[in-house]
Design a protein. Sequence first.
Length: 309
Amino acid sequence: MRTFELISPQSYSRADVCLCENLQGYTRSAIKKLFDGGLVDINGKRAKASQGVSEGDSIICNLPDPVEIAARPEDIPLDIVYEDDDFAVINKQQGLTVHAGNGNIDGTLVNALLFHLKNLSGVGGALRPGIVHRIDKNTSGLLVVAKNDAAHVSLAKQIENKTCSRQYLALLEGTVKDDGGNITTYIGRSPTDRVKMAVVSPDKGKIAITDYRVEQRSGGYTLCRFILHTGRTHQIRVHARYMGHPVVGDDVYGIKKQKFRLNGQLLHACRLELTHPSTGERMTFTAPLPEYFKDVLKKLSFDIGAIVY
């Protein structure tokens, strides 16, 4: 059993909301279990999830020790763009979750990696071997996977120091007026829907920086290139919505009435640039748009041949 102590930085209408915002790595259902199990005290008294919290209140949670569960190999098809002794680059298909979560440890990219690759770094633990960074389940495209711990540390530092370049192509609703620009906001949990992320005030989130450039416009839609400078959860999807032009097919941040029948957002990680952890060589990887993405662009009379990856 571990202890988490917090002096509430502000007032909250509910204690469980306070913990959702301040106890990292715990879902709402997990926090509910803490209250149900009598593991939360406020100002020295057993707390209820529904009670209010005042600024300066003392909150103590007794956290059960985590149970380490290891992922297992599964024969899931993978498009391996590149592989050597240090890392692999994967062109992830839409619909594949990167790693386990919410009690589900099967059917993920990690399960596929354990089947197809001989070695993976252990920095991420037994449930996230090799995983240096993530892309959303219904986003397709490139991500790098570390095959040893030294490579993992090097690649993670490149992402942190913004020397690893990640570019995405997205089809956006509507016609974007400007040819390009920069979006700098703070992103955190939505105050109205804890499943979603949102643009929030600086004290409620972390800085999120995205550059964008319009590639083509056609039929009332815009093909846009996004370049990440930070890696917040759902960053491009949240910033696209913030622009007033959500990603086509996005069932979380997009419009309600979608024109096309899709299984997820038309967002693709098309380009990845990094420095090799061992040789120091600068390397660039690209992945073309998946066919379902191209099919929509063709229907809207975009010039497929002019797209640069």
